[in-house]
Design a protein around this ligand. Structure first.
Ligand code: HEM
Length: 189
């Protein structure tokens, strides 16, 4: 089986803890944000770009011994593969319609939300499209619509409904969904 392409959002960002992020923001005066693609990429490029490079640091010394210690070898390998394969990342899909419908839940005070998104895809490869939680979100019901070329089975256009419902309080009225055109308030019906 071909190696799965390494992408920042799915395979690199989750390697960094909140503690790692916080410490590195402090040490670099806000310049290295481990939860930001561009920042991590900048600290992964060859010299003379930033003095300390993430790949070198996670092979020895980072995270520090007294805050959990360095990564296992397999994590370093994944990180290096991400660098060697040109810093893969997910794309945002372009939605034409976004709906959020609520259904009864067996959980008292809760409803189940099904989010459905349709739209067009660049022509050529097949795509995966899915709705994920926004990372590091400010409110509990912020979502993002990702697309990834080369996987999945959507061609030219997509019609995606969340496989499993999202559990939400029964008072929920709107959710936020971000796509390639920005963030949209979506009324729950
Ligand atoms: C996977 C997690 C981490 C990564 C990828 C990372 C990465 C880095 C990088 C690239 C530098 C060099 C920055 C520069 O030279 O401008 C650095 C320095 C530093 N980091 Fe981290 N770091 C991580 C976790 C941590 C944690 C958890 C701490 C503290 C508890 C920490 C403390 C420091 C300190 C004090 C320095 C500056 C002194 C030195 O270069 O040894 N780091 N780290």
């Amino acid at each position: 089986m071909a190696d799965r392409r390494v992408v920042y959002e799915l395979h690199v960002r989750p390697l960094f803890r909140e503690l790692d992020r916080m410490h590195m923001l402090l040490v670099t005066n806000g310049d290295l944000d481990l939860w930001n693609y561009d920042s991590v990429r900048k600290y992964s490029t060859p010299p003379p770009a930033p003095r300390g490079r993430i790949g070198d640091n996670v092979s020895s010394g980072m995270p520090t011994e007294d805050t959990g210690g360095p990564w296992p070898r397999e994590w370093v390998d994944v990180f290096n593969r991400w660098v060697d394969t040109q810093y893969g990342r997910l794309e945002l899909a372009t939605a034409e319609t976004i709906t959020a419908r609520k259904f009864p839940s067996s959980d008292p005070g809760k409803v189940n939300l099904i989010i459905r998104v349709t739209g067009n895809l660049p022509s050529g490869p097949t795509y995966r499209v899915w709705v994920d939680f926004e990372f590091n979100r400010k409110a509990p019901f912020e979502f993002v619509v990702y697309q990834e070329a080369g996987g999945g089975s959507f061609i030219d256009n997509f019609d995606y409904s969340s496989d499993l419902p999202f559990s939400a309080p029964n008072t929920i009225q709107t959710i936020v969904v971000r796509d390639a055109n920005g963030s949209h308030d979506v009324t729950v019906t």
